[in-house]
Structures are given as C-alpha cells and as structure tokens.
Design a protein around this ligand. Structure first.
Ligand SMILES: *[C@@H]1O[C@H](CO)[C@@H](O)[C@H](O)[C@H]1NC(C)=O
Ligand SMILES: *[C@@H]1O[C@H](CO)[C@@H](O)[C@H](O)[C@H]1NC(C)=O
Ligand SMILES: *[C@@H]1O[C@H](CO)[C@@H](O)[C@H](O)[C@H]1NC(C)=O
Ligand SMILES: *[C@@H]1O[C@H](CO)[C@@H](O)[C@H](O)[C@H]1NC(C)=O
Ligand SMILES: *[C@@H]1O[C@H](CO)[C@@H](O)[C@H](O)[C@H]1NC(C)=O
Ligand SMILES: *[C@@H]1O[C@H](CO)[C@@H](O)[C@H](O)[C@H]1NC(C)=O
Length: 496
C-alpha cells in the first residue's frame, strides 16, 4: 500500500485531530492516569525477512467459499481473507495436496488414484480442475489480490507408494532408509507426482512457490498421514530438489520440511537434515506447535514458518478478549508477536481460514454455515490483520524497544517493507491505555523524519479502525495504544 500524494502530510491532516490529546473511545478504564511509552525503532538493526501470514483451506474447507451460491457473500469472504483495506490481507495460502482415491468426508482426492503397476510404470494422473475447491480460491488470491506465496503441502503419498499400502494411519514412503517394500522404491515416483501437481497449478495460472511432502510426520492419524524421521526426510529432499531442477521449476518453487506436530520434533528433524547435508536444499523450515511450542529460534539458516496452529479445543468464540482464552483475538496478536520477535519466525499460518459450524471450535477464523449461507468472523482474523496488512512479504524486521512510564505491558515490533514504509506494531495486554511516542533512527543517527503516519487499532469494539496519530516537527510520532489492543503505526519515512 502506498500513500498518495494528497496524504503526504501529517496525521493531523489525515485524521483531523492530534492523537496525544485525544483519549481513545473504547479504550477502557484508567485514562486519567495515562502514562507515556517511547518506542525506539532502529532501522540499522535488522533481523529476519518476512514471508507473510496465512491460513489453509485443506480438507475441502475451500469448497465453502468456492461453492458459495450467494456471490456477494462469496466476495465478502474472499475480501475478509485477502483484501488489504477491508480484510486481513493474508499473503500465504497453504493448500493440501490430496492423497486419497476419493473425496468422501474430509478426504482430499489425489491426482494419482490408481497404482500404475509399479514405481517405474507410466503414472496415470487425473486432474479434476478443482483440487477440493482450492484451485479456484488460489486463482482468486493470485489474480484478484496479488497473493504470491502458495504453499502446496502433501499430508501423505498415495497409499500404494507406502509401507502400509494406504494414505492414512502413518506408514512410510517406500524406498527411504528403513522402509523397503516389495512393490519397489517409490521415491522418484513420489517426487514426479508432486512436480506433476505443481505443473497442473502452473497450467491453471497459479505458481506454487513452496512444496511440502510431509505433514505431522511425528503423528499417525485416521486421516492422511505419513511418518518420517529427519534422515528419511533428508533422503527424499535429495530426490525432490533435483526433480524440481530437472523440470525447470527450481526458481519458482522450493522444498519445505517437515510440518511436525511438535516444535521439538522439528528441531530434531532439522538437525538430522543438516547432518545429512540437505539443509541447503530447503526454502523454508515448517513446524506446527500442537504438542510442544517454541523455546527460541530454530537453529536453521532457512526461513522458519509456524505453518499451522490454532485453538483446537475451545468452543467457537468471536471475542477479542475474554480473560485471555486460547481463542481470543488478543491471544493471537500475542502469539504472533512471540513467534516473530522471540522465535525468528518468517511466516505464520493459521489452520483453517473457514470451516462449517461442526465442530464448533476455534480451529477456523471464519465460521461458514453452507446450509444458510451465513458466516461469522472471529476477532482472531483482525489480530492477524494488524500484522498482515502492514508487514508485507519481503519486510525485514528491525530493532524496536519500548520504554517509559507506560510500560505496563506494551510489546512492540517493527518492520521495514520493501517499498520503504515502516510498520510498528504495539500490543497492550494491560487494561489501560498508554500514550506512545515512536522515534525512528538509524544506527543512533539522526531520525529519518516520517512524512506521514496512519494508525489502526483492533480491540473489543474496533476491527483495524483508524485511530489518530501525528508527526511532530522533530519527527517523533505521537499516538496511543488502547488497553488490550493491537495498534499498528504505518509510517512513510522521508526519502533517504
Ligand atoms: C461443493 O461442491 C461439490 C460438487 O462440486 C460437492 O461435492 C461438495 O460436497 C460441495 N462442498 C461444499 C462444502 O459445499
Ligand atoms: C478491497 O476492498 C475495497 C473496498 O471494498 C475495494 O475497493 C477493493 O477493490 C478490494 N480489493 C480487491 C483487490 O478486491
Ligand atoms: C510462474 O513461474 C514461471 C516459472 O516457472 C514464470 O515464468 C512465470 O512468470 C511465473 N508467473 C507468475 C505470475 O509469477
Ligand atoms: C533467523 O532466521 C534467518 C532466516 O530467516 C536466519 O538466517 C538467522 O540466522 C536466524 N537467526 C537466529 C538468531 O536464529
Ligand atoms: C455443505 O458442506 C457439506 C460438507 O462438505 C456438504 O456435504 C454439503 O453438501 C454442503 N451443503 C450445501 C447446501 O452446499
Ligand atoms: C487491529 O486490531 C484492533 C484490535 O486491537 C482492531 O480494532 C483493528 O481493527 C485491527 N486493525 C486491522 C488493520 O486489522
């Protein structure tokens, strides 16, 4: 997003008010004793490069959008997810590559449902042009909203390529170390199959950019699942990467691994992949955090994504704040903060973007009832919006620290986007509002004076609503952070 010339003034002109003197509506109690924080942003201190924020529509959830007969509502759902001015502005879409011979229940059908007669036999690919509704949503994301990062992720190889002869209930890919099968070595066939899937998408105008061949390899489930340890994963990465190269796709799409159920399992797999000499073949390291969370950065040179998480257990809640529950919007604003600032995460991907009411849990951001064509949006989506709209793919995280009398719980992170804009995120977990001054410098040098600033707040009553902020003559930005809110300052620095 670019500021137009007409708003290249100060925020006072943008909003017709100066913020510091204006208490926030809906900010909660305690305004009379409002304290001040200073957020110091240092553009010369740089950390990880961001790939973006996203969600999945695997398990046929995409059909809730693709099949939606009310076209106005269909567009509203797409806007909520991808629009950068009215929705979350998500920049990563994680699609499931199906492995099942049918589309019954939640199963995602595979492009190679029948065993051609062995790993060396000519495969019989069947492309239905739908991919469980995911192709259409992907086309919309790419063509209408400019999404550039499409993560295609297989939960399993088709059953006939595996030790257990089914795509569910674990089992291993035939041919990786420790997994020999009478049917032969299916590693190259699986790599060819994944490349064929990428080509079907390419022919439909969607460039897959990230390709994963495992999902939760540390968990065996009654839905599609395939197990692997780090050595087995490394072995297959050494087959898949050259297959992408041979297909001329290596500059478009890179390999990810391994979408572990637990972060600690992923740490172990990354170490094994590194010892096996395959780390350099990865475009991203991907992990879930269901059974263990991150305790610090993963020891990897590749960008690391939290590629799936959600509140699986909580009853459906649209709340911004209800005592810090696992499904609260504010909780997710903070989860993203910890991942990005404490754990060096470059991509953060929620589980499902949409899902029907049953199960009535928080594993989705939007609950869509396809019997009534109605939907409800959880505040979790707006927590993501505060990050995703302003911290764009390619943004580099820069130094940011918060200090001052209003320090009761204001956490901050800052990013420089590729277009030069700076996004400063401030999250308040305390009930009271704080005034903030944002000062931008470069290596302790003179502040690069911002020429414009916009501020947005999400809290109990507001969804990325505009909130006042202003730039003083010395370049200091003044604004406020409402109690229990995430507030984003989106700043256009002067040309350097
Ligand atoms: C979407 O339509 C397909 C037929 O094209 C159908 O099989 C599927 O059950 C529908 N799914 C939803 C969620 O409406
Ligand atoms: C996003 O929403 C705005 C406001 O409704 C609309 O003008 C714009 O066209 C939408 N953007 C896209 C890419 O659809
Ligand atoms: C898709 O990738 C191919 C290379 O595989 C490239 O030539 C093409 O320009 C890309 N298209 C888009 C829209 O990025
Ligand atoms: C953070 O991740 C980047 C890759 O995105 C990596 O180069 C860097 O070494 C990581 N930093 C730490 C402290 O792990
Ligand atoms: C709603 O979705 C379910 C689950 O995919 C599907 O079985 C059903 O046919 C859909 N109903 C309508 C009216 O689209
Ligand atoms: C940011 O989060 C606040 C809640 O603190 C919400 O009111 C606001 O709408 C969100 N902003 C965006 C851009 O989503």
């Amino acid at each position: 997003m670019r500021f137009t010339n007409t708003v290249l003034t100060t925020a006072a002109a943008l909003h017709g008010a100066t913020a510091a003197a204006t208490p926030d509506a809906g900010a909660g109690a305690g305004l009379e004793t409002r304290q001040s924080n200073t957020i110091a942003v240092d553009l010369s201190k740089t950390y990880q490069r961001m790939d973006g924020f996203g969600f999945s529509l695997a398990f046929q959830r995409a059909n809730l959008i693709t099949n939606m007969s009310d076209k106005t509502k269909q567009r509203e759902l797409l806007d909520l997810l991808f629009n950068r001015t009215t929705g979350a502005g998500f920049s990563i879409l994680r699609n499931g590559i199906g492995s099942t011979p049918n589309s019954d229940s939640d199963y995602m059908n595979t492009i190679a449902p029948t065993n051609p007669g062995g790993p060396k036999a000519e495969p019989k690919y069947q492309w239905d042009g739908k991919d469980s509704g995911q192709l259409w949503v992907s086309q919309q994301a790419v063509n209408s909203y400019g999404v550039k990062t499409i993560y295609a992720n297989a939960w399993s190889a088709p059953g006939y390529m595996k030790t257990n002869n089914r795509d569910t209930n674990g089992g291993s890919l035939c041919g990786v170390p420790g997994a020999s099968c009478s049917s032969g070595d299916w590693r190259q066939a699986y790599a060819n199959y994944l490349v064929a899937y990428v080509k079907f998408y390419g022919a439909a105008g969607v460039n897959v950019t990230h390709l994963g061949f495992l999902n939760e390899p540390d968990y065996s489930s009654s839905y599609a699942s395939m197990q692997a340890n780090g050595n087995q994963a490394a072995d297959f990465i050494k087959v898949l990467h050259p297959t992408l190269e041979a297909a001329g796709l290596a500059s478009q799409v890179g390999v990810t691994c391994c979408d572990s159920m637990s972060w600690s399992n992923q740490v172990g797999m990354v170490n094994q992949i590194r010892s096996s000499g395959a780390e350099g073949l990865l475009k991203a390291v991907t992990s879930h955090t269901y059974t263990s969370g991150a305790g610090g950065p993963m020891n990897s040179r590749a960008p690391v994504w939290m590629s799936e998480q959600c509140d699986l257990n909580g009853q459906w809640s649209t709340a911004w704040y209800s005592n810090g529950g696992a499904g609260d919007g504010l909780t997710w604003a903070n989860n993203i903060y910890s991942a990005v600032v404490s754990n060096n995460i470059s991509g953060f991907v929620y589980w499902e973007g949409v899902q029907w009411p049953n199960p009535n849990t928080n594993e989705k951001l939007i609950r869509v009832d396809n019997t009534t064509n109605t939907y409800q949006v959880a505040k979790r989506l707006w927590a993501f919006a505060n990050w995703s709209r302003y911290v764009r793919p390619g943004a580099v995280r820069v130094g940011a620290s918060s200090s001052g009398g209003g320090g009761n719980g204001v956490r901050t992170a800052a990013f420089r986007n590729e277009d030069g804009t700076v996004a400063v995120i401030a999250i308040s977990s305390s009930a009271s509002a704080a005034n903030v001054n944002v000062k931008i410098s470069s290596g302790g040098g003179a502040a690069a004076k911002p020429v414009a600033v916009q501020a947005f707040v999400s809290d109990n009553t507001r969804d990325c609503a505009s909130t006042p902020a202003s730039v003083a003559d010395d370049g200091t930005i003044s604004g406020s952070v409402a109690g229990r809110s995430i507030t984003t300052f989106f700043i256009l620095p002067a040309a350097e």
